[in-house]
Design a protein around this ligand. Sequence first.
Ligand code: NAD
Length: 380
Amino acid sequence: MNQFQIKPTIQFGADALKRLCALPSQRALVITDQAMVKFGITEMVIRPLQANYMSVEVFADVTPDPDISVIARGMKAFMAFQPDVVIAVGGGSVIDAAKGVLYTLAQGGQLTEKPYFVAVPTTSGTGSEVTAFSVIKSNTEKWVVVDEYMLPDLAILDPNLVTSVPAHITADTGMDVLCHALEAYVSNQASDFSDALAEKAVQLVFRHLLDCYQHGNDLHAREKMHNASSIAGMAFTNASLGITHSLAHALGGKFGVPHGRANALMMSHVIAFNADFHHQCDTAAALKYTRLSALLGLPATNTREGVRSLMVAIDVLREQLGLPANIQACGIAESDFNAALATMVALAKQDNCTPTSPRSASETELETLYRHSFLSASLT
Ligand code: NAD
């Protein structure tokens, strides 16, 4: 049975934070990280809550790629304070940690009533504010949990909160948006609904990401990328993703490569694989990539040209954003990479994003994708 769902209310624009003044709650637990405290973003969120006479408790211990110990500490903070609203303020790591806290408490029967859940993203990347996904680390492995229970009730997209994102994180997270849209677009669960969102997100990224990278204070470009992130999130929470993400999760878990950057390293290789670029180049995914190239105004008179155009455009953007061309350029030694390869392939194979890949990949094919991505920029 086919289904498409859009859950959170989305408050967007340069005054979106004002929405916090109107929350019908009394006790707010703000889940965040130290960077948000340092940049004054936590304060920007707390002010309207206190103006609304709410009691506020802050848990600011989330670390990038949160693991189960962060979730456990967050659960403790929740149980001690008993909030009726949880507000996640941060990047994907913070929002995923807040989801992990709520989900684990509910699974353990420790929640009588689910608190209202607000997500305030401060990066334009994961789209976690509108997705049922949470990525949690355990030792060196990243696990993708998917459950609608974790969908926020309200997402607040205020571009003022992303102007402080440093250029290299703007680049990483922006490529994450592109990857979400591309993978949702060719997923075997894609629909007219998710396609419409994915197409818009891809266009917004190609139009505005470089401006965000070069001019971090460009509020117009920041707003467009912030919207693109949620639009791509709505596409993939419905259509799911593919093996770029599976390969990136295992690589990020093992070597600490930031999530968006790991996606950027794998993306063109996976496009070539999905399109069967080096053989017939006539798969359903090849046709869809070609349609996207045409939408972007790139040469696309046939599938080979269309797929090549898209891969080249991605490689050019990646270079303009100062991102490494391959895994080796991330400073990972070949011996370490080879030693981890079998484990990463096994993890990628069982990743929650793998079943929706438009083309099924064997372990040998996953290994080949890793090997190509280690040394070369793309398969063009
Ligand atoms: P992040 O949340 O890890 O943040 C990266 C760094 O940027 C952190 O040090 C953070 O403190 C800092 N930062 C965040 N906002 C900032 C701001 N406004 N100004 C200055 N610094 C700021 O990065 P991310 O890419 O947003 O999230 C990545 C995590 O999300 C990974 O664990 C990834 O696997 C996961 N993820 C989740 C989903 C989902 O749907 N739930 C989707 C994709 C990725």
